[in-house]
Write a protein that binds this ligand. Structure first.
Ligand code: FAD
Length: 406
């Protein structure tokens, strides 16, 4: 490893520094496993698999599953802890309803439901098998300087790293984004997502449910066996109430929110609550810096798309970097612009569509209340449109071919 001076200290030289080893940053490092790039991965902590079920459950789209398969991670996961979604029911607050069936949409499954820590620990396991990654964890970035041909990152313990390109994969409150001065447009939803896993009396038949209600958006995501995961995006005061309920009363409230369709419920994991915020960035690239994952876009969880967007950011950037010639500068701005262009449409579409749906259903205006339910039911009467929506959500814009769907 080459090293040179940062402020009189010897710095370690890499091609790429990734700040943030969450799902997006770790997936990027694994996707570059066979590349010639020397990579430094910096994170505040190393992930650990919880003893039981992780409270954080995500819906992974078929496009994400394919990406994880391509980078050799998907088949290593314990598939007994993943559940495919065959069918989805979306219910409005005044009788509107929209259903999606994987088979009718030309998909094998609409999504996969699984634990965040299951995937994260497997990604980090993959990193340990790679020869081109040096992990700095626990560590945090303290200072970022721009040289002509490199960025120089000083860690909080005084170690110096240098590279042609630095990727900020450090989440919604990204230190990297702030260090390079990329502006954000951010707005709190004044909602919290209350999450927990439950055992249920009846089998869910791999159906996912979502209810738009006066007290928020309730989603039940099927887990293996007789289990499901709850994501209840509720106004702050209702979220506080849900978090404060005794276990049994909480189970009864959640069962009632879903019309008791899976019978009695018992908590499998503790509850957790996450404050929700809309966030768009003015740009996803700057001189020798690119952002991926939540550092580049934060989205309401009602569409279950946050990390799915992050994986496609990682895929796109990895493909560009792998295609570079050995003599090429991987931090060259033209290259980063190509990445920004490639990743402009999908986050934009999904962020605004999700935000629009949130606003539509959060409104107390009676005319809108009627329109949104009619809209759901009308969409349900247009099977080609329903299929198109499902395929866009599952596969992203590049693989959603409109003609074969009709
Ligand atoms: C309730 C809820 C449900 C969700 N459900 C879904 C879903 O079903 N499907 C879906 O696709 N998405 C979902 N999401 C979104 C998903 O959680 C995020 O999109 C995803 O976690 C973003 O991953 P990331 O790697 O970009 O960032 P993060 O997960 O935030 O990871 C950032 C990493 O950077 C590290 N880091 C940060 N700052 C520093 C620093 N200064 N120094 C060192 N390290 C640092 C952190 O330790 C962490 O490892 C949901 C979100 C919520 C809140």
């Amino acid at each position: 490893m080459k090293s040179f001076d940062i402020g009189g200290m010897q710095a370690m030289d890499f091609d790429l520094i990734i700040v943030g080893g969450g799902l997006a940053g770790a997936a990027l490092a694994v996707a570059l496993g066979k590349s010639r790039l020397k990579i430094a991965l910096v994170d505040g902590a190393r992930p650990q698999k919880a003893a039981g079920w992780d409270t954080r459950i995500y819906a992974y789209t078929p496009a994400s599953a394919r990406f994880l398969q391509d980078i050799g991670v998907w088949e290593r996961l314990d598939h007994a802890r993943l559940c495919p979604v065959d069918y989805m029911e979306v219910h409005g607050d005044r009788g509107g309803r929209l259903d999606f069936a994987a088979r009718e949409c030309g998909l094998t499954e609409l999504a996969w439901i699984g634990e965040a820590d299951l995937l994260l620990t497997e990604l980090w396991e993959s990193l340990t098998r790679q020869h081109n990654v040096t992990v700095f964890a626990p560590a945090a970035p303290a200072r970022l300087d721009h040289g002509t041909h490199a960025v120089e990152l000083t860690l909080d313990d005084g170690r110096g790293l240098s590279a042609a390109l630095l990727v900020g994969a450090d989440g919604r409150d990204s230190w990297v984004r702030q260090a390079v001065g990329i502006k954000t447009h951010s707005r709190p939803y004044h909602q919290q997502a209350v999450v927990a896993n439950f055992r249920c009396e009846h089998f869910h038949r791999r159906v996912a449910w979502q209810w738009f209600r006066a007290d928020g958006v309730v989603a039940w995501l099927p887990l293996p066996g007789n289990m499901f995961s709850l994501v209840w995006s509720a106004p702050d005061e209702i979220a506080a109430e849900l978090m404060a309920l005794p276990d049994e009363a909480f189970c009864q409230r959640v069962a009632a929110a879903g019309g008791c369709r899976l019978g009695g419920l018992a908590l499998e994991t503790p509850r957790a609550a996450f404050a929700l915020r809309f966030m768009r960035v003015a740009d996803t690239v700057a001189a020798r810096v690119a952002l991926v994952g939540d550092a580049a876009h934060a989205i309401h969880p009602l569409s279950g798309h946050g990390i799915n967007l992050g994986f496609q950011d990682a895929r796109s950037l990895a493909e560009l970097l792998i295609a570079t010639e050995p003599w090429q500068d991987v931090g060259e701005f033209g290259l980063l612009r190509r990445h920004a262009r490639a990743r402009a449409e999908e986050p934009f579409m999904l962020q605004y569509a999700t935000d629009g749906i949130h606003r539509l259903f959060a409104s107390r205006n009676p005319v809108l209340g009627c329109a949104r339910n009619v809209g759901l039911s009308l969409t349900a009467r247009l099977p080609p449109l329903t299929r198109l929506l499902a395929r866009y959500a599952a596969q992203g814009p590049h693989e959603t071919h409109i003609l074969p769907v009709f």
